[in-house]
Each structure stands twice: as structure tokens, then as C-alpha cells.
Design a protein around this ligand. Structure first.
Ligand code: NAX
Length: 328
């Protein structure tokens, strides 16, 4: 039997948590031979802790053979203790009348504290995925608050956007979704993101040839992927949860077990490539192998792409300057 992997999940009693935990415990994220210990964080409020207790009872009732332990807590240092993987899902939602700036600052407090706790008690190799919005900037704040951990350990989730783009393209081109390779969603997890299929292929054929329609790309595809989250809220009355949990599982599974040469999108601290300032957490194409991701370099950037990539970067830079005073 392998040594159990410690997986910390914050916001564990929320919607995404409820779609996520059972799949992790059943082996869908790290493999059917990999035991896990779940270390679950929720707010200290009675209602949140009671909900967490209920989720833990349900996890017990599944009798998952791979679930080697569950911890429920309101203390980040307990949740992150020796964590190998940390899924930071819990975040402050936008309340009535709340400005975007206030939302950013409220979340900055949470991710400063959680970054510091990770810095103090997590495994030095911890793989951190930030899901809670604004995901890229929250990941940036956590990374900056954890100076003793390698910056590359901090990532933000753009995989849901990547998966949304894959499905839209598969439908348009009439190809199986699993055949598409070479897609990326650049930038921020926000409507400014830039889904880019210029180099994508399906079954060896170029998607740009299968879908030879630049008007569809610019006027339908890009805005549809960018506004998909809002469309889900409108239809369901609640934000994406199962698909978000699925994307988190895809992100970590590929990071740990490899993407078999395929491009996947991860929000990672920039190494300066593509004109993205170093440290900004930006969605880029990566290939993953042996527990590491490598940014795909030398993707040609044409004029339209540059414009789109700069637009989403400008938004990230604005978010970053909005929290700069908190980070010293
Ligand atoms: P819910 O409101 O259902 O659940 C969030 C949970 O987090 C709540 O139970 C709350 O008590 C808890 N929480 C809040 N602050 C916490 C803290 N400081 N420590 C521990 N727990 C805390 O939201 P849910 O639908 O699960 O969404 C969670 C986050 O994911 C939101 O910020 C949401 O905007 C974001 N999303 C990000 C996506 C992405 O692609 N990056 C897509 C889906 C989702 O919109």
C-alpha cells in the first residue's frame, strides 16, 4: 500500500467542495491505488462547521477504501499541516453592494493568512491550486505570503475555462472532445481570458482548417467561453460547481500524474515569457510530467493575440496593484 497523500481542501462544505471531496476520496484525482487523507477547512461559524461535520459523516458513509483519514477544522495550520496538495476553494463571495475593490481586499486577507499558514506547516513540495475567486490574484497573494515555498508551487485554476473551450470547439468542428490537442486559455480567470485554438488539432487535423471562421472565433467563441460562468448562474441560479470540481481534479491529476504530452492550461507564476511580467499568475499552455509542469515556449503570438493577451494582463496588473500595499 502506498503512503497516503495529504490533501487539504478549504471551503470544504461549499458547493464545489461537495462535488469535489467524494471524487478525491474515490481515487479519481490521484489514482485508484493512492490512499488519501482529507484535511478540510471551513469558517469557524457554527453553521459552516455543522455543514462540514455533515459532509464528513457522508464521506464516512461511503466507506471509500482509499480514504485513510479525514480531519475537519477551522484552523488553517491544522488543515495545511504536512499537506502535499492544497485546494484553496473557499473565498469571500461578492455581497450586495460590494465593490470589486472591496471583494479583492476581503479575499486578500484570507489568502495572506492561508499563504502564511502553508508557508509554516505544509510540505515543502505542496502543490497549491487556487479555485476561489479572483483566482489568479488570490494565488499571487498566497504565493507572496509563503516566501519559504517555491513560487512554482502556486497555481490558479483556468482548467474550467480550458474545458469549456474544448467542448465549444468540439461541437463546432464536429470532432470528439478528447481528440483536441494544443489549446490554451491565456490570462486571467475572468471574462477577459483569451481562449486560443490557433495551434489546436483534432486527430492530426488543424482546427483552424476545420473551423475556418474568424468571425465565429472573435464574436461567438471567445465571448461565449469568457461568459460561460455567468450563463450557468443565469440557467441554474447557482454558480458552476460540478464542472468546477471536475476541472480542479483534472488540474491536479495532470500535474501529479502527467498530461502525456498534451497541452493543458494552468495559471502559473510567469517566468517572464510572452511578455508577461515575472510573478504574475497567468494562464499559459503547459505540459506536465513527473509531478512538474513546463510552460510551452515559443508559441507564435500574432497581433490580435497580443492585443487579447495584453488586455487580460492589464486586468491582472490592476488587481495586483490593488493589493500591493498588503504584501509589503
Ligand atoms: P460556496 O459559497 O458554495 O462555498 C464556499 C465555502 O467556502 C463556504 O462553505 C464558506 O463557508 C467557505 N469559506 C469562505 N471563506 C473561507 C475561509 N477563509 N476559509 C475556509 N473556508 C471558507 O462557493 P462555491 O460555489 O463552492 O465556490 C467557491 C469559490 O470558487 C468561489 O470563490 C467561486 O467564485 C470560485 N469559482 C472559481 C472557478 C474557477 O474556475 N477558478 C469556477 C467556479 C467558481 O465560481
Amino acid at each position: 500500500m502506498k503512503t497516503p497523500v495529504r490533501v487539504a481542501v478549504t471551503g470544504a462544505a461549499g458547493q464545489i467542495g461537495y462535488s469535489l471531496l467524494f471524487r478525491i476520496a474515490s481515487g479519481e484525482m490521484l489514482g485508484k491505488d493512492q490512499p488519501v487523507i482529507l484535511q478540510l477547512l471551513e469558517l469557524p461559524m457554527e453553521k459552516a462547521q455543522a455543514a462540514l461535520k455533515g459532509v464528513i459523516m457522508e464521506l464516512e458513509d461511503c466507506a471509500f477504501p482509499l480514504l485513510a483519514g479525514v480531519v475537519g477544522t477551522d484552523d488553517p495550520e491544522v488543515a495545511f499541516k504536512d499537506a502535499d496538495i492544497a485546494l484553496l476553494v473557499g473565498a469571500r463571495p461578492r455581497g450586495p453592494g460590494m465593490e470589486r475593490k472591496d471583494l479583492l481586499l476581503e479575499n486578500a486577507k484570507i489568502f495572506t493568512a492561508q499563504g502564511a499558514a502553508l508557508n509554516k506547516v505544509a510540505s515543502r513540495d505542496v502543490k497549491v491550486l487556487v479555485v476561489g475567486n479572483p483566482a489568479n490574484t488570490n494565488a499571487y497573494i498566497a504565493m507572496k505570503s509563503a516566501p519559504d515555498l517555491p513560487a512554482k508551487n502556486f497555481t490558479a485554476m483556468l482548467r474550467l475555462d480550458h474545458n469549456r473551450a474544448l467542448s465549444q470547439l468540439a461541437e463546432k468542428a464536429g470532432v470528439p472532445v478528447g481528440d483536441i490537442e494544443g489549446l490554451v486559455v491565456w490570462g486571467n480567470h475572468s471574462p477577459t481570458m483569451y481562449p486560443d485554438y490557433r495551434f489546436a488539432t483534432a486527430g492530426g487535423r488543424k482546427l483552424k482548417e476545420l473551423v475556418n471562421d474568424e468571425t465565429w472565433n472573435r464574436e461567438t467563441f471567445i465571448p461565449k467561453v469568457g461568459k460561460r460562468g455567468a450563463a450557468i448562474i443565469e440557467a441554474r441560479g447557482l454558480s458552476s460547481a460540478a464542472s468546477a470540481a471536475n476541472a480542479a481534479i483534472d488540474h491536479i491529476r495532470d500535474w501529479v500524474l502527467g498530461s502525456n504530452g498534451k497541452w493543458v492550461t494552468m495559471g502559473v507564476p510567469s517566468d517572464g515569457s510572452y511578455g508577461i511580467p515575472e510573478g504574475v499568475i497567468y494562464g499559459v499552455p503547459v505540459i506536465t510530467q513527473d509531478g512538474e509542469y513546463t510552460v510551452v515556449k515559443d508559441v507564435e503570438i500574432d497581433e490580435y493575440s497580443r492585443q487579447m493577451m495584453d488586455r487580460t494582463l492589464a486586468e491582472l496588473e490592476e488587481e495586483r496593484s490593488g493589493v500591493a500595499h498588503l504584501l509589503g
